[in-house]
Design a protein around this ligand. Structure first.
Ligand code: ZN
Ligand code: ZN
Length: 184
């Protein structure tokens, strides 16, 4: 994987682009040498993160294309369990060639190959999570946010003797700390 690949990944990150644009303007005015060190530092950091993502996807038999890397990066950084539409809306401005179908297919591949889990908390809505460790979720009926919750002891489940359990999800619903205050 060439450095150019990571440079292109790097350039498509809107947040870093804005950060650099701001920094560039500042440094053009100041004309100091710290800008060079800053760019190198940011580049190395991004390179190392992307390299970890690339290895992770490859280890799960997923060919790390640019779009897949960016979808995984988004999922990894956004712990709010986004839907496919959320991911598409967030990435489309940075990747003009991205289609909704690509996002859906990529997420499906991520789930099948074990780098993400899919959650069906309400209705037909599917939400995705890059955290594949055993954990539960709390859906707030006020703000609609989905929070991760830790599960330390497996619950006692009766009546499934002889059954084959393929999936295991613990979903709680209620009001989060902030919404509880405003709820009457
Ligand atoms: Zn809430
Ligand atoms: Zn989660």
């Amino acid at each position: 994987m060439s450095l150019f690949f990571y440079l292109s990944v790097f350039l498509t990150f809107t947040h870093f682009k804005y950060l650099l644009t701001g920094h560039l303007k500042m440094n053009l005015a100041q004309n100091d040498t710290s800008s060079c060190i800053f760019y190198i530092f940011v580049l190395i950091t991004i390179y190392r993160i992307m390299e970890q993502f690339r290895k992770h996807l490859t280890a799960h038999d997923i060919k790390p294309s640019l779009q897949r890397m960016m979808i995984y990066e988004y999922l990894y950084k956004n712990h709010n369990h986004p839907t496919a539409d959320d991911i598409y809306s967030a990435l489309a401005p940075s990747i003009p060639t991205l289609s909704k179908t690509t996002v859906y297919n990529t997420l499906k591949l991520f789930v099948t190959n074990g780098v993400a889990i899919v959650l069906n908390i309400e209705g037909n809505e599917l939400r995705y999570d890059a955290d594949t460790s055993v954990h539960g979720h709390f859906k707030c009926k006020g703000c609609g946010n989905l929070f991760d919750i830790k599960i330390t002891t497996p619950p006692d489940i009766e009546g499934i003797e002889g059954f084959q359990v393929d999936e295991y999800q613990i979903n709680l619903k209620g009001y989060c700390k902030i919404c509880k205050k405003t709820e009457k």
